[in-house]
Design a protein around this ligand. Structure first.
Ligand SMILES: [Zn+2]
Length: 385
């Protein structure tokens, strides 16, 4: 399969109804209900606020694969990629035939519709569903757990978004995608189930690294006993975590969505063709780790108290009350020698005048001007220019 040529036709299967991260349950529902009859839609249950959580079954093969997205309501990229995947599966192509012949998919887009409505991570009970595996106090967590128990998938794709502040070790580039075969114990042991997830990821990385060089990292693999991925791995489903991070000039993740789709498709074809059986875990461990060496914004060569320093500034993104947009609150996160770092936006403060004060760990509240022109301005954490 040539993933590059598939992406050149992306416009033919990209879901046009989804244009940013703020779509809701009512936007997804008609897309699911309009699917052709070879897609079997089933309501698995309802969220705290009574919204349906649906699964779509597709494919005629034996190998069962479950894919689920948006357990965290403000992590929308996986859902966009799954809807694009549904559109792709409607088309006649060699990879579609291969997957259909060998696999049966269970796709659960938007596990947390109430979180999506408010654009928050947590559900309407204010619980993080992905820390609820053991207690299972959330209806959404219960539904997801039950879906795995009933379907008994050999493989799982757990789809999330990560902070845009992760970078790829050795590159100073944003970790646009991160992959992980989650651990099933504290010792980070490797059994056949986890090893298969690693091998599939090695296959995915091989293909995606050509499209997104230096932008793919390995997510932190600390064991989290309350998380679903870790527990599904333990239960015998080879689970692959995909995280969408940041990409230059792509705050609504419309570029990342494409690479996210390509990652899933690459993983599915690896399973369908069994090409992962020829992979080596060495290639998984050779994927660079994620680290945090980028800022949202960096100012170099600033004279602060007569010392030349760099300033690293990051924002927190908070939803507005309608859940249809966010506001960004900027704070100073580092001061000093940041020569080993990079940022989405870099300013050079040479010959600039600083108006206001800069305090570590406080809201950005200053401006920089050059020859009387303001080049960067913050007012109590809000970016003005
Ligand atoms: Zn998440």
């Amino acid at each position: 399969m040539n993933i590059k040529s598939i992406l050149t036709n992306y416009v033919t299967f990209e879901e046009k109804a989804l244009i940013n991260r703020f779509f809701k349950h009512e936007d997804i529902l008609p897309l699911i209900n309009q699917l052709p009859t070879e897609f079997k839609v089933e309501e698995l249950g309802i969220s705290v606020n009574g919204k349906s959580i649906n699964a779509i079954k597709w494919g005629n093969g034996k190998t069962r694969i479950m894919l689920w997205s948006q357990m965290h309501g403000d992590e929308a990229t996986g859902t966009m990629a799954l809807v694009d995947l549904l559109n792709f599966l409607k088309l006649d192509s060699e990879p579609v035939k291969l997957i259909s012949k060998n696999c049966k998919l269970l796709i659960i887009p938007m596990v947390n519709p109430d979180g999506a409505a408010a654009f928050t991570r947590r559900n309407a009970q204010q619980i993080d569903i992905n820390r609820d595996f053991i207690q299972t106090a959330t209806p959404e967590g219960k539904i997801l757990k039950q879906a795995r128990n009933d379907f008994e998938p050999s493989f799982g794709f757990n789809l999330h978004d990560q902070t845009t502040l992760w970078s790829v070790d050795g590159t100073l580039k944003p970790a646009t995608l991160s992959y992980l075969a989650p651990a099933f114990d504290k010792a980070l042991s490797i059994n056949e189930v986890r090893e298969n997830a690693m091998l599939i990821i090695a296959d995915m990385f091989k293909e995606l690294d050509q499209l997104l060089p230096n932008h793919i990292g390995l997510f932190d693999d600390e064991y989290e006993p309350r998380a679903f991925g870790d527990n599904f791995q333990k239960a015998g489903t080879s689970t692959i975590l995909i995280e969408a991070g940041g990409y230059q000039n792509d705050s609504e993740k419309q570029q990342i969505r494409k690479y996210f789709f390509a990652s899933i498709l690459s993983g599915l074809t690896s399973i369908a063709s069994k090409s992962y059986e020829k992979q080596s875990t060495d290639n998984y461990f050779a994927i660079p780790q994620n680290n945090k060496q980028i800022f949202h914004l960096m100012i170099n060569n600033l004279l602060l108290n007569d010392i030349k320093v760099s300033i690293g500034i990051n924002y927190d993104e908070c939803p507005n009350t309608d859940g249809m947009s966010t506001y960004k609150s900027y704070s100073v996160q580092d001061i000093g020698d940041l020569s080993f770092c990079d940022a989405y936006q870099v300013y050079d403060a040479r010959d600039c005048k600083l108006n206001g004060d800069i305090f570590f760990n406080k809201a950005a509240d200053f401006n920089l001007s050059k020859e009387g022109q303001i080049i960067l301005a913050f007012n109590n954490g809000h970016l003005l220019t």
